[in-house]
Design a protein around this ligand. Structure first.
Ligand code: NAI
Ligand code: MG
Length: 494
């Protein structure tokens, strides 16, 4: 295969896996209950998935704990062989990518090419970390005479991973690959809104040769199966991507249970700053891509467009024109040329429509959009607001929909201060042809990633995460692995 992007989608792909995956076997849940899974583009039922709960999580944790026993095959495995398994998983994902992407489109509603892009990132992480397994090394310490000391990294033990619905397969890859690279066992709970591609991992880990119990997958709801993970006395780390609200719950559950470690990737309200020397023609398009990516359902969406007053009016006009044209690119995610699919469900759609109404009521100017699209499916028009003030809800809250609030500023210091005055600190982009301005802003912005004249740039080696309430810890790169390991210091008296 030359490129996975040349593949054709499979409409109505067969859904083979709807059960829990424990100890390398697909099994029913104890209660016999099921979750209805629907297609957000058509609102039709796709299938029913087994609904995991506390008893099922307990079984999965027991399997994972057994896999982590001293002298178990997984614990004794040579790190280079662990790396081979990760590389093999990359090959399997690549081979099956058309099917995985088609299931993702059906379950989540994102366009086929976007689903392939998510999968391509997953593949790159499995390859990158496959090469990392035998390069996780400690340090020799500068001790006093007569003593020798060194550090060594151990796996934390059993990882509980809880993932969201906006990038279901991609985020499952992040959590799995880092857990496995560092030698942990995992209990993974995908979102109840889009669990299908994650459930496909069971077959893949068996084929790749992982011992039973190393990877376990329990679909279920947050307050039941999710809470059973966060409160579990025998889970050592919870790695979570989702809302800041649930991030708070997880941190609390860690405190009231066993002080399990937490890695939290949460929400954002990231700033996109357009200096007066920026190239307007180009930047209007990029600013909108940065806002509407994945139908706005993206933690690093740059959803506060700050524009310098000298170019503000022209920028707003061009943004509205562009968004009106983009309306034709919202639709059936299996169709070629479609850029944006539906929102994930009715609840999210209602939340977005409520925020759009709040923008109008609070005095922002609706330049275009603001309405539902199509009779069926959770589609919303690309929406642009101008005259947005910092205290409006659309400037403060995570909208998670295709809505661009455009805000005027007059000096770079003012833009930085206003960008920083948020409970979040996930990302920021600065567009300018003034090098000093670029470096000054990059240095001063309080966010986990800053892009200059670019958006959402990332690679397997780039750590990702948030300042403030956008999260705790980092994922990807070497820093990502640190969250999944304990440091052991060994001191020897000579
Ligand atoms: P959510 O945070 O409730 O869901 C994410 C995951 O957390 C799902 O697997 C869910 O089952 C689980 N979960 C929910 N409650 C839990 C609990 N009490 N204990 C353990 N796990 C729990 O996100 P939701 O409600 O679907 O979306 C609400 C808002 O959250 C969105 O509008 C968006 O603003 C934000 N969000 C941010 C994401 C990100 O990528 N940072 C992803 C998803 C949502
Ligand atoms: Mg929720």
């Amino acid at each position: 295969m030359d490129s996975i992007f040349d593949q054709k989608p499979i409409r109505n792909p067969e859904i083979k896996r709807t059960q829990l995956f424990i100890n390398n076997e697909y099994v029913d849940c104890v209660s016999g209950k099921t979750i209805e899974i629907f297609n957000p583009a058509t609102e039709e039922t796709i299938c029913w998935v087994q609904e995991g709960d506390k008893v099922d999580v307990d079984k999965a944790v027991e399997a994972a704990r057994t896999a982590m026993k001293r002298n178990s095959p997984w614990r004794k495995m040579n790190p280079a062989n662990r790396g081979k398994i990760l590389a093999k998983l990359a090959d399997i994902i690549e081979r099956d990518s058309a099917l995985i992407a088609s299931v993702e489109v059906t379950d989540n509603g994102k366009p086929f090419q976007s689903a392939l892009l998510d999968i391509s990132m997953g593949i790159s992480w499995f390859r990158y970390y496959g090469g990392y397994c035998d390069k996780i090394e400690g340090r020799t310490l500068a001790m006093e005479d007569g003593k020798m000391g060194f550090t060594k990294y151990d796996p934390v033990g059993v990882v509980g991973a809880i993932t969201p619905w906006n990038f279901p397969f991609m985020i499952a890859c992040i959590k799995l690959v880092q857990s496995l690279c560092t030698g942990n066992a995992v209990v993974l709970k995908p979102s109840e809104l889009a669990p299908l591609t994650t459930l496909m991992f069971g077959d893949m880990v068996i084929e790749a040769g992982l011992p039973p119990g190393v990877v376990n997958i329990i679909p279920g709801f947050g307050p039941t199966a999710g809470a059973a993970i966060t409160e579990h006395p025998d889970i050592n780390l919870v790695t979570f991507t989702g809302s800041t609200e649930v991030g708070h719950i997880i941190q609390t559950a860690s405190g009231t249970s066993n002080l399990k470690r937490v890695v939290l990737e949460l929400g954002g309200k990231s700033a996109f700053i357009v200096g007066k020397t920026a190239d307007i023609e180009k930047v209007v398009q990029i600013a909108q891509d940065a806002c509407f990516v994945n139908s706005g359902q993206t933690c690093v969406a740059l959803t506060r467009t700050f524009v310098h007053e000298d170019i503000y009016d022209e920028f707003v006009r061009k943004s509205a024109d562009l968004a009106k044209k983009t309306r034709d690119k919202v639709g059936d995610p299996f169709k070629e040329g479609i850029l944006y699919g539906p929102q994930i469900d009715q609840t999210q759609t209602d939340k977005i429509m409520d925020l759009i109404e709040s923008g109008k009521k609070e005095g922002a100017k609706l330049e275009c959009g603001g309405k539902r699209l199509n009779d069926k499916g959770f589609f919303i028009e690309p929406t642009v607001f101008s005259n947005v003030q910092d205290d409006m809800r659309i400037a403060k809250e995570e909208i998670f929909g295709p809505v661009q609030p455009i805000i005027k500023f007059s000096s770079i210091d003012e833009a930085i201060d206003r960008a920083n005055s948020s409970i979040y600190g996930l990302a920021a982009s600065v567009f300018t042809n003034d090098l000093s301005e670029a470096l000054y802003a990059a240095n001063a912005l309080e966010s986990g990633q800053v892009w200059v004249n670019d958006i959402m740039a990332a690679a397997p080696c780039t750590p990702f995460g948030g300042y403030k309430q956008s999260g705790i810890g980092r994922e990807l790169g070497w820093e990502g692995l640190l969250g999944y390991m304990e440091v052991k210091t060994i001191i020897i008296k000579i």
